[in-house]
Design a protein around this ligand. Sequence first.
Ligand SMILES: [Zn+2]
Length: 200
Amino acid sequence: MKRLFPLAAALGGLALLTASCDEARADKDSKTKKTAMATADEAPEQPATPVEKSDAEWKKELTDEQYYVLRKAGTERPYGKVYDEFKHQGAGTYYCAGCDAELFNSKVKFDSGCGWPSFYDPSKAKNVKTKRDLSAGMVRIEVRCAVCDGHLGHVFEGEGFNTPTDQRYCINGVALKFVPDAAKKDDKTGGEAGKKKSGE
Ligand SMILES: [Zn+2]
């Protein structure tokens, strides 16, 4: 029986390691309020100048998935939880999850059926830039945030969608932060007047 002890101790150590990893992950996830797409109650302050950060800073501030998409030009899994949330979100505005720059509005979202959030036009064109992307053996147009240079997704044209632009901004949901229109009204103060901020 004594011979089993080292094995048990090793297994115990492994369990501890796993537990601390889970804790770290849970801590990072809490930044997104337990939704797959980051959400906020208030419209974020808009960055006045380009946002530049070191790789270490981005890694610290973003969740693992946000970092992978925004900073490493990764692609989230299609038809995932974030896409499901996107489909059920009401009116609101979409900001860059990296720098808070306004990117899209719910008025220009549409159901393309592709498994990623789709928009037919940016709401703040100056915050969105495009670049030819020859990776993955395809010629695509990459969409980036013009303020923090974060990768957002790709834009496709002329696919025949019945939208005013016939463009499909195919955007990773984790690269976005959603602020619902309803949240702009301050319901929590229960009629307390004079606290509203003016402007957007
Ligand atoms: Zn950005």
